[in-house]
Design a protein around this ligand. Structure first.
Ligand code: ZN
Ligand code: ZN
Length: 383
């Protein structure tokens, strides 16, 4: 490419920050990103992108050629009351960009502008995906259903990252964020008098046995080298001291990195819940559901990203796995790519609060580096 993406991004840094502050002041919750997506769409149209709408989501294409690279940002905020005292504090009570999606949208908008300014140098297509509802809404699934990945050869996404020092681009091979699911179970016994247990099928000891047995999935079934979590987080049954209840309800969550471990956890959960109930002559109704698959970076794409960062002098490093989950995982199930992070932690500036905290903030001075990396990824991939 005949230009330096880093200096181009630096040149429009003030604009990127201004966009981020504007989005920050007017946060919108999942699937309500009307204002944000309108602003994004207006800019993209002005810069010559062809636009497809998927609800409040946007698929925007520029360039032509055999290969297509997709870059994704998420736009939704959280139901959090902001506690920062900054000029760009959220103007909407009870809503806040506490995860940094305002920064993601602004960085990708910056990249969109630079890519459009150099579209004559593009040797393929760049697709920008501005998605709604990352926070528990699986907006990625809606975008994929809306055709976001059609013809796409590779995809990259960025998340600003509290656990990395400001300005470092975090790149990890393979499993990065956890897969998550939840379960609900009802153990159906036979109620009766607390003094006559022999005439009942008491669901309480059955539930107790089940809770303990579920813990053996991680301690006895999962290979100790691997990671998994099973947590029973709710248990309800009974009303008073002398009545054995009819049933006990339980709820909980499970986490894992490798899909095989997720399958193992789900299979053992079903066997344990069903098996223990049956051993005692009780019934068990239960459902075990996936929430988000693990985010697994393609090692080749992660390597490609490292090479790009290297070439343009962008500081990068490894990033630790996290038990958090991301719906970017759905794109990575279909297309090779990598979910990258941009460090925004800066003690000197007091930017030390974790994602989803009412005092979460990002070090705005490094956002142009995310934009530069996005532009560089696009042009390098399409060489
Ligand atoms: Zn979040
Ligand atoms: Zn997020």
């Amino acid at each position: 490419m005949g230009f330096d993406p880093v200096s181009e991004a630096k040149r429009i840094e003030n604009e990127i920050i201004a966009w981020r502050r504007d989005f920050h002041m007017y946060p919108e919750l999942k699937y309500e990103e009307e204002r944000t997506s309108r602003i994004v769409e207006e800019h993209l149209r002005e810069w010559g992108y062809s636009i497809r709408r998927v609800g409040t989501g946007i698929i925007a294409d520029i360039g032509e050629g055999e290969k297509t690279i997709a870059l994704r940002a998420d736009m939704d905020a959280l139901p959090v009351q902001e506690e920062n005292d900054v000029p760009y504090k959220s103007r909407i009570p009870g809503k806040m960009h506490a995860c940094g999606h305002d920064a993601h949208t602004a960085m990708l908008l910056g990249a969109a502008r630079i890519i459009a300014e150099h579209k004559d140098e593009l040797r393929g297509r760049v697709r920008l995906i501005f998605q709604p509802a990352e926070e528990g809404g699986n907006g990625a699934v809606k975008m994929i259903e809306g055709g976001a990945l059609e013809g796409v050869d590779a995809i990259f996404g960025f998340h600003v990252w509290h656990e990395l020092p400001s300005g470092i681009i975090g790149i990890r091979d393979g499993p990065f964020l956890a897969g998550a699911g939840f379960f609900e179970a009802k153990i159906q016994g036979k109620g009766g008098h607390g003094a006559s247990p022999h005439e009942t099928i008491d669901p309480i000891p059955i539930a107790a046995e089940t809770v303990l047995a579920l813990q053996t999935i991680v301690s006895r079934n999962v290979n100790p080298i691997e990671t998994g979590v099973v947590s029973v987080t709710a248990i309800h049954g009974g009303t008073t001291f002398n009545v054995i209840p009819e049933e006990v309800e339980m709820k909980g969550t499970f986490r894992y990195y490798r899909p095989e471990i997720g399958e193992l956890i789900k299979r053992r959960m079903a066997e344990i819940i069903d098996g223990i109930a049956r051993t005692h002559g009780a019934g068990a109704e239960f459902s075990i559901n996936d929430l988000v698959p693990p985010t697994i970076n393609d090692p080749k794409m992660a390597d490609f990203a490292r090479g790009v960062a290297e070439k343009y002098g962008l500081r990068h490093g490894d990033v630790a796995m996290s038990m958090g989950a991301e719906d970017f995982a759905y794109y990575l199930q279909k297309v090779p790519g990598a979910f990258l992070t941009l460090g925004i932690y800066n003690e000197e500036k007091g930017i030390v609060y974790p994602h989803h905290h009412p005092k979460f903030d990002v070090d705005e001075d490094v956002l142009y580096l995310g934009t530069a990396m996005e532009v560089a990824l696009a042009f390098e991939f399409l060489r």
